[in-house]
Design a binder for this molecule. Structure first.
Ligand code: IDP
Length: 142
């Protein structure tokens, strides 16, 4: 396994529940480092662009409405096998199907409001990190 970077988002439901720190703690305890972070309230255009691959899906409008409903925290996680490790920490998309102890099992209420986003492949991670961060905003651990 090699050192990877992945894009993570603490979604509006988790920000509203005041569990940013608890979610960050899970990343760090799993050996992932937060190497870039920002809080922002996504615009309609930013959310639509980020989820462009889902444009034709029936849930697209709801997804964009949810992601723009309040502030999010966007971060780059770095570490050994970071992409898969973060997906394992998150749990299944639908929290009802998420394994016990995962972020979505513990903090998500529904498939719409499911607490976190994480890149699902190396190609997605590269696109998604670049979507939110310039190279000079990323502070790798040396
Ligand atoms: P992921 O976030 O686990 O990678 P994706 O399939 O990439 O899941 O879907 C992106 C987001 O779209 C999900 O996190 C969820 O919020 C939303 N979503 C996915 N499938 C559905 C659905 O069937 N109904 C409503 N929302 C959905």
């Amino acid at each position: 396994m090699s050192i990877e970077r992945t894009l993570s988002i603490v979604k509006p439901d988790a920000v509203a529940k005041n569990v940013i720190g608890e979610i960050y703690s899970r990343f760090e305890k799993a050996g992932l480092s937060i190497v870039a972070a920002k809080m922002k309230h996504l615009t309609q255009e930013e959310a639509e662009g980020f989820y462009a691959e889902h444009k034709e899906r029936p849930f697209f409008a709801d997804l964009v409405a949810f992601m723009t409903s309040g502030p999010v925290v966007v971060q780059v996680l770095e570490g050994e096998g970071a992409i898969l490790k973060n997906r394992d920490l998150m749990g299944a998309t639908n929290p009802k199907e998420a394994a016990a102890g995962t972020i979505r099992a513990d903090f998500a209420d529904s498939i719409d409001a499911n607490a976190v986003h994480g890149s699902d492949s190396a190609a997605s991670a590269e696109r998604e990190v670049a979507y939110f961060f310039n190279d000079n905003e990323i502070c790798p651990r040396g």
